[in-house]
Structures are given as C-alpha cells and as structure tokens.
Design a binder for this molecule. Structure first.
Ligand code: NI
Length: 176
C-alpha cells in the first residue's frame, strides 16, 4: 500500500526514531512492504520509515537505474533495520541530493566517501557491507532521516541549492 510521504516542515521528520525490537512480525513486514510500494511509486532511490510517519529505525534503498539520479551507478536493493554507519576514511565529497520529503529541490551535500554499514533485514538476519560513492551517499542520507536530519541541514553552500528543473533543465528528471 502506498503511504503518504511527509514533507519538510512536518515536525515528525525532525524526531529521533526508536530501534525495532521485534523482527519478522506482521507489523514490520507490512511497514517495509508499504515503504517499497511508496518508494517505487515515487521513483525514489531510498526511503526511511519516518518519511511515512513511522518513528522506527528502518530504511530501504537501491535501484538498477534511477530516473531521479540518471548518472548514478546501481545500488543493490537493501532493507536495513537498526542501521549503524561507520566512516572508513576521513575523506568527504560534495554531491547533489534530493529527497522525497523536500520535493522539487536539489542541494550540494558533503558526505563520507567510504563507509561500512551494518544492520538487520526484516527477519533479523544481519547485514554488513562496505560502500563508496553514491551507494555510501544514499546510506548516509537515509540513516540521517532516523535522527531527524534532512539533507539541507548538512549543506555548507546555499548557493548550490535550487529547483531541480532549473538546475538541470535538460535532464528530464521526474517531478517529485
Ligand atoms: Ni530523504
């Protein structure tokens, strides 16, 4: 079932989410299924539970090809519950980001270039991976949602913040 995506300004997007305590439950499976339906319907690269109004530490992300990020390399589809992100190098890199909760806009955001992430799938099976580049960027963006952080709150240069269709008039990126 497609759920409504909360937009920036809703105080629920600024709350710290709580850890999932029970895996493999109908409630968790339904939430994740609905998040997948919602992300797919919006052509999203990722989605975090607080974006659909649920304050639990659950994110999903991944795509083969993203109409919203046509230049991005594929990211494996991943369900990540109670994630932990650990940078593996000091290096940070600026890159364009958007967010389904901040529709129509893009901004330049600094992120760690190389990291490890771990967590669990819906059944409680552990996941651990290293990621770089756009994959690492998506993980940081989605996990930030669990701490009430939206990407504009990470930006350093607001001259590189604007409407997607004005910034990239020839890219034909779908409206959020
Ligand atoms: Ni987002």
């Amino acid at each position: 079932m497609i759920r409504e995506i909360l937009r920036m300004g809703d105080p629920r997007l600024l709350e710290k989410s709580r850890p999932v305590e029970a895996f493999g439950t109908t409630e968790l499976r339904t939430l994740i299924g609905d998040m997948q339906d919602t992300m797919r319907a919006a052509n999203g690269a990722g989605l975090a539970a607080p974006q659909v109004g649920i304050g639990l530490r659950v994110v999903i992300f991944g795509f083969e090809a993203s109409p919203r990020y046509p230049q991005a390399e594929p990211v494996p589809f991943t369900i990540l519950v109670n994630p932990v992100v650990t940078p593996l190098a000091d290096e940070m890199e600026e890159g364009w980001e958007g967010c389904l909760s901040v529709p129509g806009l893009r901004g330049m955001v600094p992120r760690w270039v190389h990291l490890r992430y771990s967590g669990f799938d819906a059944e409680g099976e552990p996941i651990e991976r290293e990621a770089r580049g756009f994959h690492a960027r998506v993980v940081q963006h989605e996990c930030d949602h669990l701490d009430g952080i939206l990407y504009p709150m990470r930006m350093r240069d607001f001259s590189r913040f604007g409407f997607t269709d004005v910034l990239f008039p020839d890219a034909n990126i779908p409206e959020d």
